[in-house]
Design a binder for this molecule. Structure first.
Ligand code: 2AM
Length: 180
């Protein structure tokens, strides 16, 4: 992607990744819902967005990574429960979310937003609502589900991704745990 100045751009976002085992478990649970409509997110793309940066000049990526490396992290692995199934009607997504967002997650997002401010990334209207998108273009009610969702992301690092042609490429990742 290029902007009007022909400067190369990349579409970037920070997120918590899922382990392969978590992706598999969540995909199996989603399959059991027997959904008809919508576009299921490929399990390989499951993530919990921390901050969406949008189209960023490639030349700025080094500064973004340097700022991310200085973000104050919880010092331990971050546990994020995903124990609620919701529909967001306005954006037409079916998603998993925590009933209560862990304080350490909110603090991490705040620290990340503060770190990105001097680089020109700010969205004063944005409210952070942690979620993992299961299905896009979803236009029905919350489906019946016998087994309530009971997932827990266990994250040892956070990641900067590039979204490109429906796939996510890791640009950088930083530990959440302090070295022992
Ligand atoms: P989501 O499923 O967490 O909403 C890459 O585009 C990712 O960034 C998307 O998968 C989307 O993840 C997230 N994202 C957050 N805000 C966005 C926005 N305004 N536009 C596009 N993607 C956004």
């Amino acid at each position: 992607m290029d902007d009007a100045t022909n400067e190369p751009l990349k579409r970037l976002f920070f997120a918590l990744p899922c382990t392969a085992a978590q992706r598999k478990a969540i995909a199996q649970w989603r399959k059991a819902l027997g959904l008809k409509g919508g576009k299921p997110v490929p399990a390989d793309n499951f993530h919990l967005t921390l901050m969406f940066l949008g189209a960023v000049p490639v030349a700025q990526i080094a500064d973004i990574c340097a700022a991310a490396a200085k973000v104050k992290t919880p010092g331990t692995a971050l546990q994020v429960p995903l124990d609620r199934l919701h529909v967001w009607r306005r954006s037409h997504v079916l998603l998993l979310a925590p009933e209560e967002a862990p304080l350490a997650l909110l603090q991490l997002v705040y620290a990340l937003e503060q770190a990105m401010l001097p680089l020109g990334f700010a969205d004063p209207n944005r409210e952070f609502r942690p979620h993992l998108t299961l299905v896009r273009d979803y236009r029905a009610e919350v489906p019946e589900h016998e087994a309530p969702p009971d997932f827990r992301l266990n994250c040892s690092h956070f990641t900067l991704y590039e979204a490109h042609k429906g796939r996510y490429r890791v640009v950088g990742e930083w530990p959440l745990e302090n070295p022992t």
